[in-house]
Design a binder for this molecule. Structure first.
Ligand SMILES: NC(=O)c1ccc[n+]([C@@H]2O[C@H](COP(=O)([O-])OP(=O)(O)OC[C@H]3O[C@@H](n4cnc5c(N)ncnc54)[C@H](OP(=O)(O)O)[C@@H]3O)[C@@H](O)[C@H]2O)c1
Length: 250
């Protein structure tokens, strides 16, 4: 049984990752800013858990704010063991905002990097001392946008996640912690697109895949779950694409 911390675990891909781990008998902390989304997910997943010890604990907070670390460490201390075996830096997304002046553009870039990059940095720096050595696993979520552009600040921030993953993998390799980056393409049934999806856009995104399908949160969760396994001990510093072939992995 392992302790798994997932940022953005209340919805979409993070929720599917949480389900995969709790169904396999692990203890899972899901964190995010909206209490209602986290509590709803925790309640639903705890109904399907297979043992009393395997459970989902919600922690409300902004992962880019170091203040959240106290709440996370208290939640970890309440578990049977207080270390972190797996950290999934999944929080992020497009940050909508006005862009009609330089000041507005700068604000949006800062907020986009805060949401997609600093969320991971705070959790890695804050929870790093509790990570299992050897055997710890860090999974960062990037995006297909990092490899083919799109979304301005978003694609830049998701590229930064890739470079940061390589840096962390080099830093933590000899301590027995692997660090990999999972790169989703178009994934349905998440809150990612909000009201920005249209039938035409959906058809275009699916048309870019080689298998003619939209991805599902479970597809990404399966990749995360494997990379977090003990079998994946010799896989670190790698980029794993989950996009139906919409861009070729390199
Ligand atoms: N869906 C796709 O097609 C797709 C494609 C490529 C990459 N991705 C990436 O996959 C990851 C998961 O996204 P998703 O598709 O599952 O979308 P989602 O349903 O919108 O999930 C994003 C989650 O991140 C949380 N979050 C955002 N900012 C946060 C912060 N500062 N602190 C804590 N939690 C935060 C959100 O919860 P709160 O709002 O409650 O904080 C939400 O639960 C993201 O990094 C996204 O960029 C998604």
């Amino acid at each position: 049984m392992r302790n798994v911390v997932i940022s953005g675990g209340g919805t979409g891909i993070g929720c599917a990752v949480a389900r995969r781990f709790v169904e396999s008998g692990h203890r899972v902390i899901i964190m995010g800013r909206r209490a209602a989304a986290l509590e709803h997910t925790a309640e639903e997943l705890n109904r399907t858990r297979r043992s009393d010890d395997a459970r989902v604990v919600p922690v409300v907070g902004d992962a880019s704010d170091p203040m959240v670390l106290d709440r996370l460490t208290s939640a970890l201390d309440s578990l049977a063991e207080s270390g972190v075996d797996v950290l999934v830096n999944n929080a992020g997304g497009v940050v909508p905002g006005p862009d009609s002046s330089v000041d507005e553009v700068v604000t949006n870039w800062i907020e986009t990097f805060r949401s997609n990059v600093l969320t991971g940095v705070v959790l890695v720096e804050g929870l790093g001392p509790r990570m299992r050595r050897p055997g710890g696993r860090i999974l960062n979520l990037s995006s297909i946008a990092a490899f083919r552009g799109g979304g301005g600040a978003y694609s830049a921030a998701k590229s930064a996640v890739v470079g940061w993953t390589f840096d962390l993998a080099a830093r933590l390799g000899t301590e027995g912690i692997t660090v990999n980056v999972v790169v989703p393409g178009y994934i349905e049934d998440t809150e990612f697109f909000g009201d920005r999806m249209t039938p035409e856009r959906r058809a275009r995104l699916i048309g870019q895949t080689l298998d003619g399908k939209a991805g599902r949160p479970e597809d990404v969760a399966a990749a995360v779950f494997f990379l977090a396994s003990t079998e994946a001990a010799h896989i670190t510093g790698q980029v794993v694409h989950v996009n139906g072939g919409a861009v070729f992995g390199r």
